[in-house]
Write a protein of this length. Sequence first.
Length: 112
Amino acid sequence: MAEKREAAKSDTAKTEPGNNQLVIPPAAARDPKAFELVRAWVAQGELHVSMQMGGWDDPTAWGVVLADLVRHVARFYAEQKQLRPEQTIARVRDAMDAELDGEQEAPEERVH
């Protein structure tokens, strides 16, 4: 778990000079079997996503991935903005519920 915490800090703090891309976390860079799951960009005021489905037959796996991402976000806000992780998680969960319960929009994504 400590390595995840270190990766979260480096992912949010560093970008490659001049190209607006986050650095690859050290553990992923060292693992020859590592693969990227999601690339998300804000462009022209909207979210654009490229995904590799990861070979999971059960979409439940994505719930685990998204929950882990929310924990990384909560850790960032705790460290950088002094918000309690529970507050951040509750706010993210509320926003996700509102978005998922709202009107369906066609996502602009490329699925590999």
